[in-house]
Design a binder for this molecule. Structure first.
Ligand SMILES: NC(=O)c1ccc[n+]([C@@H]2O[C@H](COP(=O)([O-])OP(=O)(O)OC[C@H]3O[C@@H](n4cnc5c(N)ncnc54)[C@H](OP(=O)(O)O)[C@@H]3O)[C@@H](O)[C@H]2O)c1
Length: 246
């Protein structure tokens, strides 16, 4: 069992599939008390059942609405008396060329990938300040370190996650709060399904088919950051499939 995870109260957004689900499975095994948020409640409830978390651990949450994220976090605090960790993981990646003018998709990425992370931070900060402890884990991407054609808006949201995290890291020092950004490369999840441009979707699927690694790679990174002694703050983890060039 990984150290420093047992009994920690952990809120995960976007826990209904992919990286969030993998993190939930791993942290449950290590004895964390989990509260899971996403829009697809049925999937969350099935996962909560499988992990013996109890039905109340699955909370329907759209992270683009602050009051829903606050409800998720406040429920975790009510159920378990504290909130030790939030994993701001919910996100989507409908990549396209700017000239395609998929403005609704740009808005959605900004609302979920940036504002959703900010809302998660806003929801936990009052609890963590009062506790004088906590750990905020935000999910960026390799695309938060570099940009390519079709990736301008998605990359912008992930660069934003890194900048917000670094600013926050410096501000929350007085409250003994740790800040980690995890930037994965290609990991096999449902993420490419959010791409509606057929050409871009083909290109990304090909890359994923060739190189993507399993989602439990992300869970291992989360466990690594969480399991450090409380006075060790792992701020950035950037990792890729060994075979991924981009
Ligand atoms: N897979 C990769 O290669 C990769 C690489 C770098 C970064 N990432 C990042 O990792 C994070 C997780 O993605 P994934 O790869 O696990 O993809 P995924 O399998 O598509 O999972 C995305 C999760 O986000 C949730 N979500 C989407 N919109 C939401 C909203 N408005 N409110 C609440 N939850 C929402 C989805 O749940 P519902 O649909 O049920 O709401 C789902 O649980 C994202 O931030 C993504 O950008 C992934």
């Amino acid at each position: 069992m990984t150290e420093n995870i047992n009994d920690k109260v952990v809120v995960i957004t976007g826990a209904s599939s992919g990286l969030g689900e993998a993190a939930a499975r791993r942290l449950a095994r290590d004895g964390a008390k989990l509260v899971l948020g996403a829009r697809r409640l049925e999937r969350l409830q099935t996962l909560a059942g499988e992990l013996s978390l109890g039905r109340e651990a699955a909370i329907e949450t759209d992270v683009s609405h602050f009051e829903q994220v606050k409800h998720l976090v406040d429920r975790a605090a009510q159920m378990h008396g504290r909130v030790d960790v939030i994993i701001n993981n919910a996100g989507l990646m409908p990549q396209s060329l700017l000239e395609s003018l998929k403005i609704d998709e740009w808005d959605r990425m900004i609302d979920v990938n940036i504002k959703g992370v900010l809302y998660g931070i806003a929801a936990v900060l009052p609890h963590m300040k009062q506790q004088k402890s906590g750990h905020i884990i935000n999910v960026a991407s390799v695309a938060g370190h570099k940009v390519g054609p079709g990736g301008a808006v998605y990359s912008a949201t992930k660069y934003a996650v890194r900048v917000i995290s670094e600013g926050m890291r410096q501000e929350v020092k007085p409250y003994n709060i740790r800040t980690t950004v995890i930037s994965p490369g290609a990991v096999a999840t449902e993420l490419p399904d959010t791409i509606t441009d057929p050409k871009v979707a083909d290109r990304v699927r090909q890359l994923y088919d060739q190189v993507a690694i399993p989602a439990d790679s992300f869970a291992s990174m989360v466990a690594f950051a969480m399991s450090q002694p409380e006075d060790v703050d792992v701020n950035e983890i950037l990792y890729r499939p060994t075979r991924q060039e981009y």
